[in-house]
Design a protein around this ligand. Structure first.
Ligand code: ATP
Ligand code: MG
Length: 552
């Protein structure tokens, strides 16, 4: 195991189980329900389950927990597999489906019926709730609890044949209606639901509950450690009850850890679906979404997400991690791995009045890493700089171009602004400047050094590009706690710039390639919309964390 991995209680436990030969080899599983796209919280679960399997030379299964057919779809099944692979993991064997165990689960339910440990209950949902009691009051036995095994078998088989309507009956375990653990008060094993299923079609009019399905699926697959989040802690006695009372081929064990929550982020699939359905975002993979597909389209590298998931640690106490930590993991990764390029967001024409011949400049692609090599840029007399980088007058704090003052063009010459032209509305539309050096990277002979460096793009060779600038989707730290989530959406989370100028080499950018646009931030060529003749870049993250400074 690599030394930089933090120790955590899961690793310690698994290590101990292996050393004591309680298990031969680690087998974990990642069990998403295909009812939405995966989000950053799932990334944590994926790195935990696949990561542990990797570290201990074990296996991790991908199993779709598809027991609620109405909310599930093939689109989600496909996206989940793509996301897991993109994060850098490969499941052992074929993709698995809870639904492929439906017959076995049904046989085990019959076994419990025959053992007198399950019964068919005719209480309506509302009545059942009443009988269930509360946290402070014990429940009462259902009037159907003492049905004979023969009657229960007959009714359950007829449920399976589709003879009853949705909700008319349910199969329940016979455990203890007075248990202080509500999950043990005769939980439901099967519901009647005449719904078509994406995998099994119309074969099943009854569906197992999560509780009845999950542990048995783990047993079928030989899962050694069934790692899930803390909300299932109270279900563990039930998990163990099924494993203990059924003739399962293997004894899996459930271990819980705390969910990952990040600030400014929604990690509920139901609420993410609402953002999609209400067109607040352009889809599940909108770059502002905390979905893995969204983060990917935003330019977040898989390695940075994995690193973040490792850094936040794995514990048994709930908490919220500052999303700035994720952003900083992304920034650190990209600072090392993204080549530099130049982009002018709001182009302003700059004419170099004394440049006789275009110059061929060799500019390094990374300031610290020579492995990135260099590129050639032509600096002619007609350029674009950013409107924000020029002022007619300014105080000393403004270290860019000012009339009568000097600035260095990145990778090129030092220039001094001489004059500017304006339109009828008094907007500066062109700046005229002269070069005060003739060799790139040198200082002027007269000793008057430039105060700053600005980016530029050749007017002749530059490419017009669309830039989508993103900001956090929510303006409040805990959007999940808002009564009206939609009211907490940051109205400035997307700004589209249609006519930015980028340097010509970016026509070669591959979709999903990330660059640092000097002085602007990190930008990724959009996975779908970018084309060499029409570049489209999404902002991944700014160069610095200025959220708190600008949103105080
Ligand atoms: P939601 O509450 O949004 O519906 P879920 O937990 O029901 O999410 P599943 O598809 O059942 O979604 O999740 C698959 C696995 O991912 C489960 O084992 C679950 O515990 C884990 N998981 C989900 N959310 C998080 C999270 N925020 N942090 C860590 N693990 C998570
Ligand atoms: Mg779930």
């Amino acid at each position: 195991m690599s030394a930089e991995l933090r120790s955590n209680f899961l690793r310690t436990q698994i290590q101990a189980d292996l050393e004591a030969a309680r298990v031969d080899a680690l087998v974990t599983r990642f069990p998403p329900e295909p009812n939405g796209f995966l989000h950053i919280g799932h990334a944590k679960s994926i790195t935990v389950n696949f990561g542990l399997a990797e570290q201990f030379g074990g296996q991790c299964h991908l199993r779709f927990d598809d027991t609620n057919p109405e909310k599930e779809s093939q689109e989600f099944i496909d996206s989940i597999q793509e996301d897991v692979r993109w994060l850098g993991y490969q499941w052992a064997g074929e993709v698995r489906f809870a639904s492929s165990y439906f017959e076995q689960l049904y046989q085990w339910a019959l076994y419990l019926v025959d053992e007198g440990l399950a019964y068919v209950c005719d209480l309506s949902a509302e009545e059942a709730r009443e009988y269930r009691g509360t946290l402070t009051q014990p429940g009462r036995n259902s009037p159907f609890r003492d049905r004979s095994v023969i009657e229960n078998r007959d009714l359950f088989e007829r449920m399976r044949r589709g003879e009853f309507a949705d909700g008319e009956r349910a199969l329940r375990a016979k455990i203890d209606m007075t248990s202080s653990n509500m999950n043990l008060r005769d939980p439901i094993l099967y519901r009647i639901r005449h719904a078509a299923h994406h995998q099994t079609g119309s074969e099943w009019p009854i569906y197992p509950t999560y509780d009845f399905a999950h542990g048995q699926e783990d047993a079928i697959e030989g899962i050694t450690h069934s790692i899930c989040t803390l909300e299932f802690e109270d279900h563990r006695p039930l998990y163990d009850w099924f494993i203990g009372n059924l003739p399962v081929p293997h004894q899996p064990r459930q271990i819980e850890f705390a969910r990952l929550n990040t600030s400014y982020t929604i990690t509920s699939k139901r609420k993410l679906k609402e953002l999609v359905d209400e067109n607040v975002v352009a889809g599940w993979d909108d770059p502002r979404m905390p979905t893995i597909a969204g983060l990917r389209r935003r330019g977040y590298p898989a390695a940075a997400i994995r690193h973040f998931c490792e850094e936040v640690g794995t514990s048994r106490s709930d908490g919220t991690v500052d999303v700035a930590m994720l952003e900083s993991a992304v920034r650190d990764h990209l600072n090392q791995h993204a080549p530099r390029a130049m982009c002018v967001m709001q182009p302003l024409r700059l004419t170099l009045t004394n440049l006789a011949e275009p110059m061929l400049l060799t500019v390094p692609n990374h300031p610290a890493d020579p492995e990135f090599g260099s590129r050639e840029l032509v600096m002619g007399s007609e350029l674009y700089i950013d409107q924000a980088d020029f002022r007619e007058e300014a105080n000393k704090q403004f270290k860019r171009l000012v009339l009568g003052k000097r600035v260095r063009l990145r990778g090129g010459l030092v220039i001094e602004a001489e004059s500017c032209e304006k339109d009828a509305d008094d907007n500066v539309v062109r700046v005229l400047a002269r070069c005060v050096t003739s060799v790139p990277g040198t200082d002027p002979d007269d000793g008057v050094k430039p105060k700053g460096v600005i980016q530029w793009v050749s007017a002749e060779h530059g490419l017009s590009a669309t830039i989508r600038r993103y900001d956090r989707l929510f303006a409040v730290p805990e959007p999940g706690r808002e009564d009206d989530m939609l009211a907490a959406v940051n109205p400035h989370s997307l700004e589209v710039i249609e006519a930015a100028m980028v340097e010509p080499g970016l026509s070669e950018a591959e979709p999903e390639q990330v660059f640092q646009f000097e002085r602007e931030g990190y930008f990724v060529a959009d996975r779908y919309d970018h084309a060499s003749e029409r570049p489209v870049f999404n902002m991944t993250i700014g160069l610095r964390d200025n959220w708190s400074a600008t949103h105080a």
